[in-house]
Design a protein around this ligand. Structure first.
Ligand code: HAM
Length: 403
């Protein structure tokens, strides 16, 4: 039997209801915040991700679904959504148009990771990207938007924030961190030794417990911020305080993608096991320029839908629509006609097999219909239909012309 690939799941039934419930709710919130939908291809040139997510990141270094297509192009299934949206933003010349452009998207992402609970190879994100707003209010708004979506889904969280500095303060910090890493180099893991030369700040994110212990003594970026980054970070905290959004400062939060500067944030849940990050994002003011666009400030986030699906508190499911069935085989044609005429207005489940009333009622209950409508011998003779309101538990016989 052919099965789906490891780490790639089907989404159906109750899961699909959760999935679409979340997309609809998050879409509503994104629209309330002034964002517009964007769809970008699943397949892009590999160079796009190398230049944006970064060659030193695990995503590009180890996890890309990369191959050569029939036209000899080096292509890759998107591991995340930001790079494609930035590419589209530049390709559509919106960087040259100036002004503010706010997009949201949702769709499948692909990372060749080691699958485990909450960590898939094909997973879905809901994300937003905002271009052209050089204000920390926009960073705070992004964070509040995630908080808003999570609140509406009934999901509790912890919010971690950090500032990654900018081109003024980051290089100096990087030098002091490299000196520190050199002082403990004998004791750090092989990955960190490599990170020292590729992207030293990623060592702070190392999962090795011995490394983590060593890095508690590392210089903190938050103490080396330049005036602009410092005042933006202070302002960010104040806006979150003013709006009642609780946060923790995590000086080791560096994120797994290389394009961030200044604000970085992550929402984590304590109720889904080790893969606890449910959303993450931050500012990426230099990425548009890196990808050959006109320098444009930008900030965004993405939420992991599969992880959220475990946590969403669904509203009580309501009975909806009609179930229509016949008690005699000769009446099935009529039942199909009635179904067709009703389907332009409402959800209708049609049963093609003649059954007794008890079985129809059972089946109507199973599909959560509000009305169970059945035509028996008498109804057929009289031109009527028997209808039971399964919510109010009331029954009536209605002339077909009034149905
Ligand atoms: P990210 O932190 O790599 O950020 O991913 C965002 C979210 O996607 C994570 O918090 C997690 O919930 C989910 N996720 C990531 N990998 C997996 C996986 N293997 N299985 C299941 N869920 C996963 C980004 O992708 C950035 N593009 C976010 C962003 C947008 N920054 C600025 N704009």
């Amino acid at each position: 039997m052919i099965k789906s690939l490891r780490g790639m799941n089907d989404i159906l039934s109750e899961d699909y209801e959760r999935f679409t419930y979340f997309i609809n709710l998050a879409t509503q919130v994104a629209q309330n915040y002034g964002f517009h939908f964007i769809e970008t291809p699943l397949l892009e040139e590999t160079a796009l991700f190398k230049r944006s997510v970064g060659e030193s990141s695990d995503i590009v270094g180890k996890e890309m679904y990369q191959f050569t297509d029939k036209g000899e192009n080096d292509v890759c299934l998107r591991p995340e959504g930001t790079a494609g949206v930035v590419r589209a933003f530049i390709q559509q010349k919106l960087d040259r148009a100036g002004g503010t452009h706010r997009f949201f998207y949702h769709g499948a992402m692909f990372r060749y990771e080691r699958p485990q609970k909450g960590r898939l190879r094909q997973f879905h994100q809901f994300g937003v990207e905002s271009f052209g707003v050089d204000s920390v209010y926009e960073d705070a708004t992004m964070i509040m938007m995630v908080a808003d979506i999570l609140k509406r889904c009934g999901i509790g969280y912890r919010l971690q924030i950090n500032s990654l500095g900018d081109q003024n303060c980051m290089p100096q910090y990087r030098d002091s961190l490299v000196s520190f890493i050199e002082s403990v180099e004998e004791e750090i893991c092989e990955d960190c030794k490599r990170r020292k030369s590729t992207n030293p700040i990623r060592v702070l994110d190392c999962k090795n417990t011995h490394c983590q212990l060593l890095y508690t003594k590392a210089p903190k970026l938050i103490n080396s911020l330049c005036e602009g980054c410092e005042s933006d970070f202070t302002k960010l905290k104040q806006i979150l305080d003013d709006n009642g959004v609780a946060y923790e400062i995590d000086t080791n939060l560096v994120r797994g993608l290389d394009y961030y500067s200044k604000t970085a944030f992550e929402f984590v849940s304590d109720n889904i096991g080790s893969q606890s990050a449910i959303a993450g994002g931050g500012r990426y003011d230099r990425l548009v320029e890196f990808l050959d666009g006109r320098a444009t400030p930008a900030v965004g986030f993405a939420m992991g839908i599969e992880r959220l699906m475990e946590l969403i508190v669904m509203p009580e499911s309501k009975r909806e629509g009609y179930y229509i069935g016949a008690m005699d085989a000769e009446t099935v044609d009529l039942v199909v006609q009635l179904t067709q005429s009703k389907r332009s207005e409402v959800k209708v489940t049609c049963e093609y097999k003649a059954k007794n009333l008890k079985n129809h009622l059972k089946a109507a209950d199973k599909v959560n219909a509000k009305y169970c409508c059945v035509i028996g011998e008498n109804e057929h003779k009289d031109g009527t239909i028997w209808v039971k309101d399964l919510e109010a538990k009331s029954e009536s016989v209605i002339p077909l012309r009034n149905f």
